[in-house]
Design a binder for this molecule. Structure first.
Ligand code: FNR
Length: 184
């Protein structure tokens, strides 16, 4: 059986290293996982006043999250935390109160940065929010991809073999993580 995985990228730019990494992860994923990018680019900012008549983008996002068996996050680090666009998506998906669409979905997190600290701050701030919305995020292996500007060629393909091998093993571990939670 194919498990549906929603892939959520915390950067909106076309040449995003996180998007490139997400595409590599999608291409190398084990057979049992079917991955699809979830678009969070046009999501209106969360405002509880709009909850009575929610924007159609919120409703669509919540439905797509609900339809997924698992979640794969690729996030940059902005000022040592997650980009606002990603936090907004988490907030939108968590509401209205009592209808948290993230509830119980197994997740994995990859942080990708052009710096050497590899998005550690964003990776762990994301874990803090995911804990509250009841998303079990795989603890190990952790995925911190640093110095990202050196890892891709002009076509956006990953050219670093050890990173490739690591990401492959990461996806195998994620497959097991999803199996464990979906079969319950
Ligand atoms: C950054 N960047 C950054 N990098 C980092 O390692 N730690 C940080 O705290 C920040 N802060 C930060 C803030 C803002 C507003 C921007 C625009 C950028 C640099 C960041 O790693 C770089 O722009 C990446 O290329 C972003 O990921 P994408 O867009 O390539 O996926």
């Amino acid at each position: 059986k194919k498990h549906k995985i929603a892939v959520i990228v915390g950067s909106l730019r076309k040449e995003s290293f996180n998007l490139k990494t997400a595409k590599e992860l999608m291409a190398m994923a084990p057979e049992s996982l079917s991955l699809e990018l979830l678009d969070i680019s046009g999501l209106p900012m969360f405002n509880e006043d709009l909850e009575a008549t929610p924007p159609k983008e919120w409703v669509a996002l919540r439905e797509k999250i609900r339809a997924a068996d698992g979640l794969l996050f690729a996030t940059p680090e902005y000022n040592r935390s997650v980009p606002g666009v990603l936090k907004n998506a988490i907030d939108v998906g968590s509401r209205p109160y009592g209808e948290n669409s993230w509830d119980g979905k197994p997740a994995a997190i990859v942080s990708v940065s052009i710096g050497a600290i590899s998005g550690f701050g964003a990776n762990h701030h994301l874990r803090q929010s995911l804990t509250f919305v009841n998303v079990p995020a795989m603890a190990q292996p952790e995925a911190y991809i640093g110095n990202a500007a050196d890892l891709f060629d002009a076509d956006g393909k990953l050219i670093n073999d050890s990173t490739k091998d690591f990401l492959k093993s990461f996806m195998v571990a994620f497959e097991k993580w999803v199996e464990t939670h979906v079969s319950q």
